[in-house]
Design a protein around this ligand. Structure first.
Ligand code: NAD
Length: 482
């Protein structure tokens, strides 16, 4: 197996060896082979990245949005031209099947294109003032250096959702990927860097969040901190940012419900449930974690879910590019999935499908998509984010109860509803305390629409022009006419 050592990118230069002695192996979760290693940034590299980003920001922020947009469009084309090589790295380090990995990289290129255009539509305001001889303009300006922390489940796409709006708005960026998935993101950042001038506008540092986080967040150079990660990490980052009152955007964990009503198209609802519960092995922030079905159609719905789950193909995503599911990305994730399953079964849940390793899948972190019934809100699987392939199904008797069950969570990222009634669709959409509601679909993040969590699922939004505004500050210019 050829080794792929992760690199940092600082001021346009590739750095394989950080000055910290710490080095971690990168494992292919399908084969458990070591495919490379990651060296951690020491104080030297962190300072170099801060200096480079600070210097580059001064020049980059003064370019017109159109000029920045040209460079970002070029970066998008270059990424598209190299989709296959980036996707292979992504499958090797993260486990998702190659076709899914290609889709992720293509969507990341789309985010670059979208924000290349959107930045040319940053609008201000001219408002009436209270004096004859004054005029007031409200403009939006970039913030400065952005520190961006990215998770491992969609490492390239989620990096793009930060890099694209931050750069398009005129900021410079220091990206910190998760240590188990630095390879594809490294390539992605390197290709973007090739297309940008000046160097230092985009930088990448490696290492543990516990070390790199405080070092970047406490620097006076960093003006904005953005994280996609767990709610626990979000709270830590807010704590680190608080003494400096740094601007923070947080895209955090979910515990997403689906409500299947009596009048729903049960085939479509079961298809949506299976897709959104098990895609990427349930390691998605908007994965369906809790299924609530009207008790009058529960049996018919469960049968359909089991039938569709049993048709999913599982395999090593390099050897089976079109497999539906690969392995889980980490041993810890697999352990947590098993722990949630054991807890549920011990408290009375019944396994309708799965619940074990698939046969002949290989040595990696494989697990079968698993369907549970007889579940309740005393079980971890219904109250915590499993981040694994478990679909627990519970019944409800009326819509009011369905809403109460769905909202009974500190999380508020995404909820899904299946119904044939427009009235029910509006009733549920308006009463669900979530940042996104999918009605008769299991929508993912769409680049043109805001995506953000209510309650403990986050702060601020990504995507759309709203997401761009997270990287801009308002300024009032008051003119007295002489
Ligand atoms: P994580 O919180 O463990 O890590 C995310 C990133 O933060 C990593 O790069 C990590 O190294 C870094 N980090 C950790 N501690 C840090 C600290 N103290 N300071 C700065 N950075 C730190 O999350 P993960 O396990 O990589 O990803 C899974 C989580 O991400 C799940 O909870 C999932 O729901 C969430 N997620 C949310 C969204 C969303 O859009 N809301 C999208 C994808 C994933």
């Amino acid at each position: 197996m050829p080794q792929h050592n992760a690199f940092m990118l600082i001021n346009g230069k590739i750095i394989y060896e950080g000055s910290s002695p710490s080095r971690k192996e990168i494992i292919n979760p399908a084969t458990l082979e070591v495919i490379g290693s990651v060296s951690e940034a020491g104080d030297t590299e962190i300072q170099l990245a801060l200096n480079a980003a600070d210097r580059a920001y001064r020049e980059w922020s003064r370019l017109t949005p159109a000029r920045r947009g040209e460079m970002l469009h070029r970066a998008a084309s270059e990424v598209r031209a190299r989709v296959d090589s980036i996707a292979r790295l992504l499958t090797m380090e993260q486990g998702k099947p190659l076709a899914e990995a290609r889709g992720e990289v293509t969507s990341a290129a789309q985010a670059l294109d979208y924000y290349a255009e959107e930045a040319q539509r940053i609008v201000g305001e001219v408002l009436p003032t209270n004096k004859d001889d004054t005029r007031s303009l409200v403009i939006r300006q970039p913030l400065g250096v952005v520190a961006a922390f990215v998770p491992w489940n969609y490492p390239v796409l989620l990096a793009a959702w930060k890099i694209a709006p931050a750069l398009a708005a005129g900021n410079s960026v220091i990206v910190k990927p998760a240590s188990n998935t630095p390879l594809a993101t490294g390539e992605f950042v390197r290709i973007i860097d090739e297309c940008l001038e000046p160097k230092g506008v985009i930088n990448l540092v490696l290492g543990s969040g516990a070390r790199i986080g405080p070092a970047l967040i406490s620097s006076p150079v960093v003006q904005k901190v953005t994280l996609t990660g767990s709610t626990e990490t979000g709270k830590q980052i807010m704590g680190l940012a608080a003494p400096y009152l740094k601007k923070v955007s947080l895209e955090l964990g979910g515990n997403c419900p689906i409500i299947v009503c009596r009048d729903a198209d049960l085939d479509a609802a079961a298809q949506g449930t299976v897709y959104r519960s098990f895609r990427n092995m349930g390691q998605v922030c908007n994965a369906i974690n809790r299924v609530y079905v009207d008790e009058r159609v529960a049996e018919a719905f469960c049968a359909r879910v089991v039938e569709k789950a049993s048709r999913l193909t599982i395999g090593d995503g390099l050897l089976n590019p079109d497999a539906d599911l690969g392995p889980m990305a980490t041993a810890e994730g697999l352990e947590k999935t098993r722990a949630h399953l054991e807890d549920a079964v011990a408290k009375g849940a019944k396994v309708l499908y799965g619940g074990r390793r698939p046969e002949n899948a290989g040595p990696g972190y494989f697990f079968m998509p698993t369907v549970l019934v007889n579940v309740n809100h005393q079980m971890r699987v219904m109250t915590e984010e499993t981040f694994g392939p478990l679909a627990p199904i519970m019944t409800f008797s009326d819509l009011e109860q369905a809403v109460a069950l769905a909202n009974d969570s500190p999380y508020g990222l995404v909820a899904y509803v299946y119904t044939a009634s427009l009235k029910t669709a509006f009733y549920l959409s308006e009463h669900l305390q979530f940042g996104t509601v999918g009605v008769n679909n299991v929508t993912g993040g769409e680049v043109a629409f805001p995506y953000g969590g209510w309650k403990e699922s986050g702060m601020g939004v990504e995507l759309s022009h709203h997401g761009l505004n997270e990287y801009l500050a308002l300024k009032h210019i008051r003119l007295t006419l002489l």
